[in-house]
Design a protein around this ligand. Structure first.
Ligand SMILES: NC(=O)c1ccc[n+]([C@@H]2O[C@H](COP(=O)([O-])OP(=O)(O)OC[C@H]3O[C@@H](n4cnc5c(N)ncnc54)[C@H](O)[C@@H]3O)[C@@H](O)[C@H]2O)c1
Length: 384
């Protein structure tokens, strides 16, 4: 069976590898030639290309393109629409189109289907939102349960067969909207819990109560509590974005979304809280001070800068006339600057936004007067 994956980023590329290893003939299509050049094309059964004519005669088309927010902070389905337009040229009666991109409920039925099959030629459609957590050593594409909702039973069954050939657990839900909503529930759950612990941290800070000790104490309860840790905010292509898809869909349908909006706002304001905390720790305002941001990526050990709160902190510091520098080995240069070494005493303050595993905390602590650690993992540093 020949399958095509449209979009070869964090989601699409690993899928091409796994599907090819499972014996499918795989076409990985990305409309950005730089992406094709950057990827390893050595897998047998796999053709990576920016030439859409290879999409002919595939039995399954999987959409794995970005679903960002636009400049009005609203869902931007441009990439999904473009990908659907390309598929519409090649899908025929009996082809199966699967959407893995995260979006609001109704995207498959109301946006993708009318583009690909406007006259009801009987293309089959299913939603199977991807749940990958890049770099997670325990949970990956094959052992994370896949949730599938077909528009028809035939579509759902075919999608189940496809994913069952490389996923250990595959479950079927009654509609694509259930699958699409489940993905948004998962990521909104994380957003609001992170926001809650971030606001709780601000309360504890005001009351001069050590928040980490409180969290560990609460975490001794063996039921009804799940531990979340404070931080500089949320980043990446999922947690800050997906809940806004849900909120926008809710509001445009006349349902409330204030809880999600509030959580989003609390997380977005964390860099300001961190900066204020730094000012209190330093005992003076930051103007003219040398501040180094440690870790620009939104999470440990990856280079991904999308929506990284470290960059919001950078902008805030710069607006306060701070001399900002940074240290991040995933980004040797950034914004016209070079990642600084941590070996000599050069800063008034270092703020650990993200801790990559190569961070030499001994050098950092010995070379810097004051270290504020937003990750809560560096012994000897100040914590939130
Ligand atoms: N990154 C994650 O951890 C993650 C996890 C689960 C779900 N998702 C969801 O999966 C989707 C893809 O995310 P990602 O992180 O892989 O994005 P990405 O930006 O890493 O990759 C998307 C790729 O799609 C390509 N592309 C865009 N439009 C195209 C088109 N019309 N035709 C062909 N290629 C096109 C881009 O060039 C890019 O290489 C999003 O909806 C995201 O929310 C992401």
């Amino acid at each position: 069976m020949k399958i095509a994956v449209i979009g070869l980023g964090y989601v699409g590329f690993p899928l091409t590898q796994l599907a090819a290893k499972s014996g499918f003939e795989v076409i990985g299509y990305d409309n950005n030639p730089d992406v094709i050049r950057s990827l390893d094309n050595s897998e047998i059964n796999l053709k990576l290309t920016d030439d859409e004519s290879f999409l002919i005669d595939c039995q399954i088309y999987v959409i794995a393109v970005p679903t960002p927010l636009d400049s009005q902070i609203k869902p931007d389905l441009t990439y999904v629409i473009k990908a659907s337009e390309v598929i519409s040229k090649y899908a025929v009666s009996g082809s199966l189109v699967i959407n893995e991109s995260t979006s609001y409920p109704g995207t498959l039925r109301d946006v993708i289907m009318p583009i690909i099959d406007p006259s009801g030629v009987k293309v089959l459609f299913a939603a199977a939102p991807e749940r990958i957590d890049p770099l997670n050593k325990e949970w990956n594409l094959s052992n994370t349960t896949r949730v599938i909702g077909g528009v028809t039973k035939e579509a759902g069954d075919k999608a189940m067969d496809f994913y069952s050939s490389f996923c250990k657990n595959v479950i079927s839900v009654s509609t694509p909207e259930v699958a699409e909503s489940a993905k948004l529930l998962e990521n909104t759950f994380r957003l609001v819990n992170i926001a809650f612990i971030n606001q709780f941290t601000q309360i504890m800070d005001k009351l001069s109560i050590p928040v980490y000790e409180v969290i560990e104490a609460a975490n001794t309860k063996p039921f009804g509590f799940m531990k979340f840790s404070p931080g500089l905010g949320v980043g990446g292509h999922c947690i800050p974005i997906d809940p806004i898809y849900l909120a926008d869909k809710a509001e445009s349908s006349g349902a409330p979304a204030s809880f999600i909006r509030s959580a989003d706002q609390i997380n977005n304001e964390m860099p300001k809280f961190v900066m204020d905390k730094a000012i209190r720790l330093l005992g003076s305002d930051l103007s003219g001070k040398k501040v180094c941001i440690i870790g620009l990526s939104y999470k440990s050990d990856i280079a991904d800068l999308r929506s990284s709160p470290a960059l919001k902190l950078w902008d805030l510091l710069e607006a306060t006339k701070v001399q900002v520098s940074y240290h991040d080995l995933f980004h040797p240069t950034f914004r016209g600057m070079k990642s600084v070494e941590l070996t000599s005493s050069q800063f008034d303050l270092a703020i650990i936004a993200t801790r990559h595993s190569d961070l030499n905390t001994t050098h950092l602590l010995s070379s810097t007067k004051l270290v504020l650690d937003c990750t809560g993992t560096v012994a000897g540093a100040h914590r939130l």
